[in-house]
Design a protein around this ligand. Structure first.
Ligand SMILES: Cc1ncc(COP(=O)(O)O)c(C=O)c1O
Length: 366
């Protein structure tokens, strides 16, 4: 059996008439950037995230950047985020002109460690970006407390957490703003690039809308210098169709997780923690083992593709050399980078496939 890390084809086939029709409508109306399909998706997604406003943009990275710009982040500021995140979170901070300040993660939640976060606050800290990594929301209660104490804004990086919940609250509803990515492989994925900024502050929403459209609210009147970061009509249409299925797909991801946890029980690997404070949406299913590289190779030879999120921590990336971090600065992130392995996960993964993967992992350890 060959098992790909991700299969987007099965899902497309199951929705083909609906998706094809939605795309054709955009073409019929030649509404290629923004337009009706994007408007409708924005309204539906804001409501889904339990916030008032949503602005569709052209990537998750730009969603983060535009949110930081809307919060007036610039060269004199520091923005804190988790050491273990995709480089896009850090890149958006760099592009805003601010200095990224990294904080190590908690080994169980694998999200930013609130205690270390409180130590990293300085007089220059303007924004905290908690990243809801792998589909699990960061421990928001202490993070919100710290932000309130020092009057710092929270921008959630919810790129991996569409529909995740923390104590009944949806991803995107707990910060002053939140950024989502609709990269095709995400829990809610476009048919191309896409992202969104959500907030309940209509002034911030207005500013993001201007920033995404060359700094203008009225055509050819440019009050601020902006970007071209508008969402495409086709992406709005596809996302509008797919949003209706997101809850079902997230439930399926939970089914996959439960089955993996059951089939992998008793092996010398660490499985993702299930914690009742969280509704996790398992964008990724990540195990930990000190024989990671050997296991990954073994599975590859058995026809199973796995990935590592992320093999080289941001603070050891060449691009971020100038920040002056060195090996040993973030021991939890560094240890994880050597031990984590992401197994295939998507809503359509069958019990037979999960059992097959788990059996191969068992064979490896035996
Ligand atoms: C945590 C995180 N932040 C930001 C991004 C950037 O999103 P995009 O690829 O849509 O620019 C991603 C996804 O790639 C991500 O996983």
């Amino acid at each position: 059996m060959q098992i790909k890390y991700l299969d987007l084809q099965t899902q497309y086939q199951s929705l083909k008439p609906e998706i094809d029709n939605a795309i054709q409508q955009v073409i019929n109306h030649t509404a290629f950037t923004l337009g009706k399909a994007v408007d409708e998706f924005e309204k539906a997604f804001a409501s889904y995230c339990q916030v008032k406003c949503c602005a569709g943009v052209n990537s998750g990275t730009n969603a983060l950047l535009l949110a930081l710009k809307a919060l007036d982040v610039g060269p004199d500021d520091e923005v804190i985020t988790a050491a273990n995140t995709f480089i896009a979170t850090v890149a958006a901070i760099v592009h805003s002109g601010a200095k990224p300040v990294l904080v190590d993660i908690d080994p169980i939640s694998r999200n930013i460690d609130p205690l270390l976060l409180s130590i990293a606050i300085s007089r220059k800290t303007k924004v905290i970006i908690p990243v809801h990594l792998y589909g699990r929301i960061a421990d928001m209660d202490p993070i919100v407390k710290i932000a309130e104490k020092y009057n710092i804004s929270i921008l959630e990086d919810a790129a991996q957490a569409h529909g995740a919940e923390y104590k009944g609250k949806r991803a995107g509803s707990m910060g002053r703003m939140a950024a989502f990515s609709f990269y095709p492989g995400k829990n809610l994925g476009a048919y191309g690039e896409g992202g969104a900024v959500v907030t309940s502050d209509s002034k911030l929403d207005q500013k993001v809308r201007m920033l995404r459209d060359h700094g203008s609210a009225k055509k050819y009147y440019h009050d601020i210098v902006g970007y071209n970061a508008r969402m495409e009509g086709i992406q709005g249409a596809v996302l509008g169709v797919k949003l209706k299925y997101l809850d079902k797909w997230n439930q399926e991801r939970n089914r996959v997780t439960k089955s993996y946890n059951k089939f992998l029980e008793g092996l010398p690997i660490r499985l993702p923690e299930i914690n009742n404070d969280y509704y996790q949406v398992f964008h990724l299913y990540v195990i930990e083992t000190d024989q990671r590289d050997e296991l990954q190779n073994y599975l590859k030879n058995e026809g199973i593709t796995t990935l590592i999120h992320y093999p080289i921590p941001n603070h050891l990336q060449k691009a971020l050399d100038y920040l002056g971090y060195k090996e040993g600065d973030f021991p939890v992130t560094e240890k994880l980078a050597k031990e984590i392995l992401s197994l295939p996960i998507y809503p359509e993964l069958t019990e037979e496939q999960i059992k097959y993967i788990a059996d191969k992992i068992r064979n490896f350890f035996e």
